[in-house]
Design a protein around this ligand. Structure first.
Ligand code: BES
Ligand code: MN
Ligand code: ZN
Length: 500
């Protein structure tokens, strides 16, 4: 799908989208099109019982009179004061879905809100375009026999704006976001026979073309370093583990970096504590945290973010086998702490324990955010609406929540407390990887990670198990891999870390 920006002109074919405010008030472009159709737009808008011009309402007029168009779509905009970047992104996304569903190949979107709302005309157009691009994503490379009539039809979208040049510039900045999100969605969608630690690491290495410094720590290096917790998870698999270290240096040379750490379990069978068969295929996306970190680093480099940033991804496959780790095994982590592994399915925290310790030892980051599909329990607590947020620093938590709200990737903070920490004291080692009952499972996971974080480092943990994959379409997120976290952390960096 190609996106273009142009000054408004009545198109000679295809679909045309115009905006209608709440209480059925036509925007100037809608009035213009209404005149060209002998009043058909106003008549349709008045006659449609379920169309009031509220946001999320779309009213199609198929084969309108007086114009050679396949359809006109009246798009509800709601109240002018409520129009913002997010609303326009959602509208751009909803329109792509609608027009693809209708089989349209060429569309002009003439949403001329810019006189009315705070956003300038170029930004308004660029946000429509961003939403359109985010929704147009599709992971279809393996659908070799799909019928053409089931494929997305939309080939070209022209966004009408009074400032096409400025809109194109604004869009270029957004395009890097859409590309990084698509890249992460691809990584997360790929099956585990294609994306495993070595191949995921190769994907990260390929990003050096954006100017990132990318290092891969192989199994020997991980042994030398002493990452016994991560290696214990990996030892059951025929696929050797990797740790990816990515650096973007866009800030002052002596300024400590912000760090992002991702769980990259390329497939989680549970290991010897094996998972039930039903739904196990979902565990191909247990590397979503790593996918987000890698995509985020690509984005920071692509847009030349004025910050020093480090991305670390711990990559392993969790398999049962004759060489697999057993429940009850005790491993020595990079931090020196010993861990009693009482459930081999609580593996993400083992991988992160070593990745977090490595990150702090080597980079002395000013703050550290990890992302992990860590617990099923976070889905019990928050469903698929919010990711779980844990932090040892209130300001960091608030900033992450604000960034998430701005981009529509919502976080909900859950507590950390000494009393929960008692539940992972081990009789045999320094710490055990499960509490042994079902209480507060996501908090227990976070408390475990906290044992590997130095108190002086600002740290946040995002449990993205409920939001990394979606079973239903949303305006800017088609069902499937969401890349939740890429936009949030890019926004967090832009608003709070650059030039700071
Ligand atoms: N990867 C899973 C968590 C998960 C579950 C992610 C569902 C996405 C959807 C994680 O490794 C896991 O298995 N966690 C266990 C922890 C338990 C053994 C303490 C869980 O949630 O059951
Ligand atoms: Mn698991
Ligand atoms: Zn897992």
């Amino acid at each position: 799908m190609k996106i273009e920006f142009a000054e408004f002109a009545l198109p000679a074919s295809g679909a045309l989208v115009v905006g209608v405010w709440e209480e059925r008030a036509l925007t100037p472009a809608a009035r213009h099109v209404d005149e060209a159709t002998g009043g058909a737009v106003a008549r349709a808008v008045q006659a449609a019982a379920r169309f009031h011009g509220k946001k999320n309402e779309l009213l199609p007029l198929i084969g309108p009179p007086g114009l050679p168009l396949s359809r006109i779509v009246a798009a509800g905009l709601g109240k002018p004061e409520a129009v913002d970047a997010r609303l326009l992104q959602d509208l751009g996304g909803a329109l792509v879905a609608h027009l693809n569903g209708a089989g349209e190949s060429d569309a002009t979107i003439a949403i001329d809100v810019a006189d009315t709302v705070k956003l300038g005309p170029a930004d308004a157009a660029a946000n429509l375009a961003l939403g359109a691009e985010l929704r147009a994503y599709r992971f279809d490379k393996y659908r070799t026999t799909e019928k053409p009539e089931r494929k997305p039809s939309l080939a070209r979208v022209t966004i009408a704006t009074t400032k096409p040049g400025a809109a194109r510039d604004a869009h270029r900045a957004h395009a890097a976001v859409a590309e990084a999100v698509a890249f992460t969605r691809d990584l997360v969608s790929e099956p585990a026979n294609v994306i495993y630690p070595e191949t995921l690491a190769e994907q990260a290495v390929a990003l050096s073309r954006f100017g990132l410094a990318v290092e891969i720590l192989d199994e020997n290096r991980l042994k030398e370093l002493g990452m016994g917790a991560l290696l214990g998870v990996a030892q059951g698999s025929a696929r050797p583990p990797r740790v990816v270290v990515m650096q973007h240096r866009g800030g002052p040379p002596d300024s400590p970096p912000v760090a992002f750490v991702g769980k990259g379990v390329t497939f989680d069978t549970g290991g010897i504590s094996i998972k039930p068969a039903a739904g196990m295929g979902e565990m191909k996306w247990d590397m979503a945290g790593a996918g987000v970190v890698i995509g985020l680093m690509r984005l920071l480099a692509a847009r030349n973010a004025k910050v020093n940033a480090v991305g670390i991804a711990g990559l392993v496959e969790n398999m049962p086998s004759g060489t697999a780790q057993r429940p009850g095994d005790i491993v020595r982590s990079l931090s020196g702490q010993t861990i009693e592994v009482l459930n081999t399915d609580a593996e993400g925290r083992l991988v992160l324990a070593d990745a977090l310790a490595y990150c702090q030892d080597r980079f002395k980051p000013k703050l550290m955010v990890d992302l992990a599909t860590l617990t099923g329990a976070v889905i019990v607590a928050l469903g698929h609406e919010h990711a779980g947020l844990f932090a040892n620093n209130d300001e960091l938590a608030e900033r992450l929540i604000a960034a998430g709200t701005a981009v529509g990737e919502k976080l909900w903070r859950l507590p950390l407390a000494e009393a929960y920490d008692r539940a992972i004291d081990s009789d045999a080692a320094d710490v055990k990887n499960i509490a042994g009952d079902r209480a507060a499972g996501s908090i227990i996971g976070a408390q475990f990670l906290k044992r590997f974080v130095k108190d002086e480092v600002g740290w946040a943990h995002l449990d993205i198990a409920g939001v990394a994959w979606s079973k239903k379409d949303a305006p800017t997120v088609p069902k499937g891999a969401t890349a939740f976290g890429v936009r949030l952390l890019d926004r967090f960096v832009a608003d709070y870390c650059e030039n700071a």
